[in-house]
Design a protein around this ligand. Structure first.
Ligand code: 6PG
Length: 245
């Protein structure tokens, strides 16, 4: 049974996610000297980032020991309105004292395959792991689309089966756009994975994903099953409206 925490509204979801970030960051920094987090794209994380950048939260994290990555990126310039990096930079990274060298964006303005390869090399280098072993994020934030995708793992796409890589690039027909994304295998190696899902438009899909039969081709969010870490679904009441919990 999935670990689903239903929040009364979006703002409660944002604060629960921000509290989780702070808790895991402090635990990781205390025990291993750094906190490696992969941020999600989309709109839901904006509220979490804004909280983390606020007076109430900003001082509670040793930002100089935070290492920031992304779960996926649109193949656009980092200044483009659709860039996940730009969203995180505007709402969080430009507001906190995180060293620039700790921010590892996906250079998706490049050729997609080259961007995926470059990001994979960066992951191996920063985490100090070689081929055959996978880096382990302390925390990965994920969103879920109304079609059941997560990161840029879209239904029926080859990215769902790119198990022998940490990162893959693919053309998403339905978007008519290229995307670069962590693979499910890479995400599943994380110590803690938290989905952030809000809104009534997600309710039917959330029920199918967490309570329905396993259909990962149709609902790629079902691929997210941590091999040894923890999985939490932070959802608001609107998104949880069809759950039988
Ligand atoms: C992206 C995200 C994507 C997102 C979902 C949910 O690059 O768009 O990685 O997986 O998390 O589409 O997006 P919302 O939070 O906007 O609903």
């Amino acid at each position: 049974m999935a670990n689903v925490h239903i929040c009364t509204d979006k703002n409660v979801l944002f604060s629960q996610a921000a509290d989780l970030f702070v808790k895991l960051a402090n635990e990781a920094i205390t025990s291993r000297g750094r906190f490696c987090v992969a941020l999600s794209g989309g709109s839901t994380p904006r509220g979490v980032h804004t909280l983390l950048a606020s007076e109430a939260y900003r001082q509670t994290v040793a930002w100089q020991k935070v290492y920031c990555f992304w779960g996926d990126e649109r193949c656009v310039a980092p200044t483009h309105k659709d860039s996940n990096y730009r969203m995180a930079d505007e709402t969080l990274l430009s507001q906190v004292p995180i060293p620039q060298e700790n921010v590892h964006r996906i250079r998706a303005e490049r050729d997609p395959a080259e961007a995926a390869n470059c990001y994979e090399q960066t992951l191996r280098q920063v985490f100090g792991v070689h081929t055959g072993t996978q880096p382990q994020f302390d925390l990965v934030f994920l969103g879920m689309g109304a079609d059941g995708h997560t990161a840029s793992l879209f239904p029926g796409t080859p990215a769902l089966h790119a198990e022998d890589h940490l990162v893959t690039a693919h053309f998403v027909e339905k978007l008519d756009a290229w995307r670069v994304t962590l693979t499910a295998a890479m995400i599943n190696n994380s110590a803690y994975i938290a989905f952030l899902v809000a809104g009534e438009d997600k309710a039917a899909t959330l029920k199918a994903v967490v309570e329905g039969d396993g259909q990962p081709e149709q609902y790629p969010s079902q691929l997210i099953q941590p091999t040894h870490g923890r999985l939490l679904w932070l959802v608001d009441q609107a998104a949880a409206g069809q759950l039988s919990l």
